[in-house]
Design a protein around this ligand. Structure first.
Ligand SMILES: *Cc1c(COP(=O)(O)O)cnc(C)c1O
Length: 376
């Protein structure tokens, strides 16, 4: 099998290219002409929407050329059959719609995912339990594990939850947004579905929203695509062009971002005596549990978090930095820092989350080092 970056560049070529352009063009069409000859018509009752890829697009809510190409590349690198969505949350909504559980076990994690579950609880009475309450699940229920988990980049033991869930007959979804491949491979632990907010590292430039679900079972993919037609949540035309462009350089970015974060965290950790105001440094590279090394085989998440002494320090800290822009989100080539209270109502008051970009690690370290030393 060709290497990771080669697949990022070629998984969709040859069979899926419609024109000789080296860069697949932006397609803005919502609708595509039927074949000229009547003998080439396929009746709607005989069409599998999952088969409507680049050679036979029909209507862009079903698929369009660049969405199919994105799915080919994402499926290849995540390891399965990929279905793309217009946001990470659309992907999660599609996964719970597919499994239709009565109870969902979930940890802390991304607040938007909790927002969707709260809607389902309000409308349909879906029960939510914690990850340490798997004994309350029944066959067909869902365990949703975000690992590493927002905002602390804490790694959770996938194998432990999969074992318990499968004994009960429940399904395991892993939201691997914080550590996409090749950093970790949830399939090694026999999970049922992998989800990513492609808005983050796959997109990587803070200029597109997208999500993806990946399954090992082609029948599940078909059902997800069928559902997506009616949920109306396919990735949009322009976004799929941008995502495909981004995927070409994805390995370069994720490896650089991951190694930058590891260098920064290691530096800050080994200079703790210089930063009396740095109370806690959260990152999976500092986590001691033995499952961490087993899961994070390709490196640690480019996201880490710090807690300062008090709210006032945390609120003012972003303005002291040159190379970290103060905004929410993560995964882009520019480093970001966020006083978490601005976007997450449950965040501790002195917490800052940092998303490391592709800048030179020495500059990022110098920036943080100076600002932390200046805190009195
Ligand atoms: C951003 C994010 C999401 C949601 O993705 P959107 O594209 O913003 O809808 C889900 N899970 C995690 C871990 C995220 O970081």
């Amino acid at each position: 099998m060709p290497g990771f970056s080669t697949r990022l560049l070629y998984a969709d070529r040859k069979t899926m290219d419609r024109v000789p352009d080296v860069v697949s063009p932006i397609n803005v069409a919502t609708t595509y002409r039927y074949p000229d000859k009547v003998e080439d018509f396929v009746m709607a009752k005989d069409v599998d929407p999952a088969s409507l890829t680049t050679d036979r697009p029909l209507y862009s809510r079903l698929s369009h050329p660049n969405s199919s190409k994105c799915e080919a590349v994402l499926g290849d690198i995540v390891g399965g059959h990929a279905v793309a969505y217009n946001s990470g949350l659309s992907a999660f909504y599609a996964a719970v719609t597919y499994y239709n559980p009565k109870t969902v076990a979930i940890g802390h994690g991304y607040h938007g995912v909790h927002g969707i579950l709260d809607i389902l609880t309000r409308n349909y009475g879906i029960k939510q339990v914690r990850l340490d309450q798997l004994d309350q699940l029944s066959k067909g229920d869902v365990v949703h594990i975000e690992t590493p988990e927002n905002p602390y980049s804490e790694v959770h033991d996938i194998a432990k939850y999969v074992k318990k869930a499968h004994e009960i007959g429940a399904y395991v979804i892993v939201d691997a947004t914080f550590a996409p491949p090749p950093l970790q491979d949830p399939w090694e632990f026999d999970v049922d579905m992998v989800m990513h907010a492609a808005t983050k590292y796959f997109g990587g430039h803070s200029d597109l929203l997208a999500g993806v679900l990946v399954t090992k079972d082609p029948k599940v993919k078909t059902q997800l695509v069928n559902d997506r037609v009616f949920l109306g949540t396919n990735i949009a035309n322009l976004e799929s062009f941008l995502l495909l462009r981004s995927l070409r350089t994805y390995e370069l970015r994720i490896k650089r971002q991951s190694s930058n974060a590891e260098k920064i965290v290691a530096y800050l950790d080994s200079h703790r005596q210089d930063y009396p105001a740095l109370k806690v440094l959260h990152h999976s590279s500092l986590q001691k549990d033995e499952y961490v090394a087993k899961q994070m085989k390709g490196g640690h998440s480019p996201v880490f978090a710090i807690e300062l002494e008090n709210e006032d320090q945390a609120k003012n800290f972003p303005s002291k930095l040159k190379y970290f822009q103060h905004s929410t989100s993560l995964g882009g080539v520019e480093s970001l820092i966020e006083w978490r209270c601005l976007s997450d109502p449950t965040a501790r008051p002195a917490l800052l989350r940092i998303s490391v970009g592709v800048e030179d690690a020495e500059d990022l370290i110098g920036d943080l080092d100076g600002a932390l030393k200046a805190l009195k």
